[in-house]
Design a protein around this ligand. Structure first.
Ligand SMILES: Cc1cc2nc3c(=O)[nH]c(=O)nc-3n(C[C@H](O)[C@H](O)[C@H](O)COP(=O)(O)O)c2cc1C
Length: 374
């Protein structure tokens, strides 16, 4: 990996609508599956994990559920009960004590859940269409099933659950919230032609498919106000149609990005993700960030396979203001210090990404710890 230094744009400070970031390095949201308790509440180990990463300009906490029907994976924390708020308060306190800043990320697995997580109930979605993807049960991976279509009344209740979770994030001491629109997210399922077959005001035209998202955004903004709410999506996200073809949501995401110019967001985070089987050269030539920079005029956080060199280059070019790193943050709690020192990176163990306890979570060493050992 070409992680060379030169002009280190990544280490320049950034004023995020009044929140002073000491650098432009963002830790991307990562589900780590360590809330192994009946309450799905984070606790001391999450507080320690995020505190270790407090030198990031901004931490995006792992995706967290907005209600009971949104759960889609084991041991992932929620933000809809008092115990969960208490747990997240420990996390935000320890990040702030260590000089960091942290946003919550609000999510809902929608059709990509399983009755195992829902007390035997069917997962919910825009329509009763099987997404034909692998989902995670309590016993391991399994084929997805056909979900139940949400009624309009339930859609309104779900919007309200996002609002309550956003209010809970405030109670828990977060610095802002992100709305998770990428995969797996009920919102992205509403945006998909393949999964949304509705004929009411939540389906059909692009503005109708986007209505659920904008109702959520309005309600979350009501709680948080200007400059504190971000949105993350992957413009190339595709779901399978009933004819086993892939849908094309790019025009829908371009519409979203354009409309978002009318909203006082903290930032738009774009995930550049190449579909399986696509030639990487073809993917790179599509120039996602360049194209979306032309559409969206606010702050952009770029994400997806960035090396430090590419990250510096995209900021220099002006196609993004900040860059978020996912996998690199798993094994390198002091990623910012490593960028500054041009130091080598620890390798991560994929088998502990989503499961386990403190191993592969709290035990990756910092540079300082490594040099103390020598
Ligand atoms: C273990 C793991 C868990 C993830 N969980 C989430 C999540 O909860 N929310 C989210 O938006 N993205 C999630 N992602 C995606 C990352 O935020 C990021 O978009 C992706 O890893 C690409 O960035 P990278 O190439 O720097 O890792 C996850 C990725 C990994 C590896």
């Amino acid at each position: 990996m070409e992680n060379t230094r030169r002009a280190n744009k990544l280490l320049e400070p950034f004023d995020l609508h009044g929140l002073k970031l000491p650098n432009r390095v963002v830790m991307a949201s990562m589900t780590r599956g360590r809330a192994a308790n009946i309450d799905l509440a984070p606790g001391k180990i999450q507080a320690a994990y995020y505190a270790q990463r407090a030198s990031a300009g901004l931490i995006m906490a792992e995706g967290t559920w907005v209600n009971e029907m949104s759960v889609g994976f084991i041991n992932v924390p929620g933000l809809y009960t008092d115990k969960q708020v208490e747990g997240w308060s420990l996390v935000t306190e320890s990040v702030h004590k260590n000089g960091g800043r942290i946003f919550a990320q609000l999510g809902h697995a929608g059709v990509l859940s399983h009755p195992d997580h829902l007390n035997g109930l069917l997962p919910v979605g825009p329509s009763a269409v099987n997404p034909k993807k692998v989902v995670f049960t309590t016993q391991g991976p399994s084929d997805s099933i056909t979900p139940r279509e949400l009624s309009v009344h339930e859609i309104k209740e779900t919007v309200n659950d996002y609002k309550k979770a956003a209010a809970n994030a405030k109670l828990a001491g977060f610095d802002g919230v992100e709305i998770h629109v990428q995969n797996p997210s009920l919102i992205s399922q509403f945006l998909s032609d393949a999964l949304n077959h509705r004929t009411d005001e939540y389906g059909g035209s692009i503005p109708n498919k986007a209505r659920f998202f904008f109702e959520i955004l309005d309600s979350v903004l009501e709680v948080w106000g200007s400059g504190k709410v971000s949105v993350k999506f992957n413009p190339y996200l595709k779901y399978q149609t009933d004819k086993d073809e892939w849908d094309d949501s790019l025009p829908t995401y371009e519409y979203l990005a354009d409309q978002l110019n009318n909203y006082p967001l903290a930032f738009l985070q774009l995930l550049d993700y190449a579909e399986e089987g696509l030639d990487p050269k073809v993917h790179a030539s599509r120039n996602l960030f360049g194209n979306f920079r032309k559409i969206y005029k606010g702050t952009i956080v770029a994400n997806g396979g960035f090396t430090f060199e590419k990250a510096n280059a995209i900021i220099e070019k002006g196609d993004a203001d900040l860059v978020s790193f996912g996998v690199l943050y798993i094994a390198n709690p002091d990623l910012v210090e490593r960028i500054a020192a041009n130091a080598p990176l620890n390798a991560s163990q994929a088998e502990t990404f989503y499961f386990g306890a403190e191993g592969g979570y709290l035990d990756y060493p910092t540079l300082r710890e490594q040099s103390n050992k020598i």
